[in-house]
Design a protein around this ligand. Structure first.
Ligand SMILES: Cc1cc2nc3c(=O)[nH]c(=O)nc-3n(C[C@H](O)[C@H](O)[C@H](O)COP(=O)(O)O)c2cc1C
Length: 190
């Protein structure tokens, strides 16, 4: 591969024992194994205030915002595992996306979701595995110009899906995570 693909990976959960963080970390490892450079972050470390057009101009230098903008601008792809909250995206994830789609004042930042290659995952205690949140996330990402790969992983009954080492116990689901990660890496243009 001529240029090493750069991928940013995170979950939409702020919970310390998040299953979605475990899931996206497995996808990140698989993407690394496929040759990508992957940074895994936690949104709890980059908390943004609720987006408000009245105050956004005064918040442009927030360290979390500056850091997230830089990370988004410098990656080719994203791996996102989103918890399902009331049938949709977590507020933390949607708020982060909303902030990152806003241009900076005086050209300070150009929103850069366009053409990002994205893999979507979800984990939930329900049998459905958060598939509604995954579908909504796909729609949001497609609407802001991302290319979401067709592969998708939803892990149901998450409370019994991971072993003590945070590996997936079901080999079929584990393979699906690897396939999704490889699809993202392969789809990123060289
Ligand atoms: C406000 C709220 C709404 C929720 N709604 C759903 C839901 O619609 N579907 C679902 O499968 N789980 C739902 N859950 C359960 C989450 O899937 C569960 O808390 C999960 O552990 C969150 O992911 P995490 O482990 O990555 O934090 C909800 C949880 C909260 C706090």
């Amino acid at each position: 591969m001529a240029n090493t693909p750069k991928i940013l990976a995170f979950s939409g959960s702020l919970r310390s024992a998040s299953w979605n963080h475990s899931l996206v970390s497995l996808a990140a490892k698989a993407a690394r194994d496929a040759g990508a450079e992957v940074e895994v972050i936690k949104l709890i470390d980059y908390q943004l205030p609720l987006f408000n057009e009245d105050t956004e101009a005064t918040l442009q230098t927030l360290p979390a915002l500056v850091a997230l903008r830089e990370k988004l601008s410098s990656c080719d792809g994203l791996l996102i595992s989103n918890p399902e909250y009331n049938g949709s995206l977590s507020a933390a994830l949607k708020n982060t996306i909303d902030w990152l789609t806003r241009p900076g004042v005086e050209g300070g930042y150009e929103p850069s979701f366009t053409n990002k290659i994205v893999g979507v995952l979800s984990a939930s205690p329900a049998d459905s595995g958060g598939i509604r949140s995954a579908s909504h996330l796909r729609d949001v990402l497609a609407g802001i110009g991302c290319e979401v790969v067709p592969e998708q992983v939803t892990v149901g009954a998450a409370y019994q899906a991971f072993g003590e080492d945070n590996q997936l116990l079901d080999a079929t689901i584990a393979d699906a995570v690897v396939s999704l990660a490889h699809a993202v890496v392969k789809t990123i243009p060289e």
